[in-house]
Design a binder for this molecule. Structure first.
Ligand SMILES: CC(C)(COP(=O)(O)OP(=O)(O)OC[C@H]1O[C@@H](n2cnc3c(N)ncnc32)[C@H](O)[C@@H]1OP(=O)(O)O)[C@@H](O)C(=O)NCCC(=O)NCCS
Length: 186
């Protein structure tokens, strides 16, 4: 499977060589990385890109590169993956997003993530997809709400990979169900 997903304005596609420099640049941008532990140096960002690319090519889903039709050839990434750590809600399958700063404020994250959610339900046959972010990352939570995902604060958790007292440790969890009418193709 090597899935390309098309929406009205976007194409979610496998990685190309030219994407890597764009990814390195956004991974070094403090605005994009405000709610991650730190910005990434080139070597670490290149390693992450290689892992994303390999998984995408092997599985046909994962961390898609995001094209804007008639515009930027790499605006960021939209992701589907197994949650890579243990928490009270795992095992679970998650959707995520990270866009270069110049592509914020246009609805691209919500549009791309909605298509990824539909793929998770219709193609991968998941019953539920979660999304998570640091409690202080309100912009990302707005995407979850626009998608129609639901939030129960008893699901919120301390991220097991962040030390007690870390400014990003408290996380919120949102859920989307395959049977929810918000996801039209489910
Ligand atoms: C989180 C992130 C993806 C959100 O991006 P975003 O552009 O704010 O989100 P959306 O794609 O939903 O866009 C919504 C905005 O586009 C606007 N918009 C403009 N044209 C639009 C259109 N045609 N359709 C829909 N929305 C449109 C909306 O009004 C809204 O604007 P607002 O922010 O002023 O309210 C982005 O901030 C980001 O990449 N952050 C860094 C990485 C990160 O934190 N990722 C999450 C970690 S878990």
């Amino acid at each position: 499977m090597n899935a390309i997903i098309e929406t009205a304005r976007l194409i979610l596609r496998p990685w190309r060589d030219a994407d890597v420099d764009e990814w390195v640049a956004m991974s070094a941008d403090p605005r994009v990385m405000e709610f991650f532990a730190s910005t990434q140096e080139r070597a670490d960002a290149e390693t992450a890109a290689a892992v994303m690319r390999e998984r995408m090519d092997r599985n046909g889903f994962g961390w898609w590169a995001l094209d804007v039709k008639g515009g930027a050839s790499f605006a960021g990434v939209i992701a589907l993956q197994d949650v890579p750590f243990e928490a009270p809600f795992t095992p679970a399958f998650e959707v995520g997003w990270r866009l270069a700063h110049e592509h914020w404020g246009r609805g691209y994250a919500t549009e791309g993530a909605r298509a990824a959610l539909e793929f998770a339900f219709a193609e991968l046959q998941h019953e539920e997809v979660v999304a998570m972010t640091a409690a202080v990352n309100l912009r990302s939570q707005m995407v979850m709400r626009r998608l129609g995902m639901t939030h129960d604060e008893t699901d919120d958790f301390d991220h097991p990979r962040l030390a007690p007292g870390h400014r990003l440790r408290r996380h919120v969890l949102y859920r989307a169900s395959r049977h929810d009418r918000a996801f039209s193709s489910s």
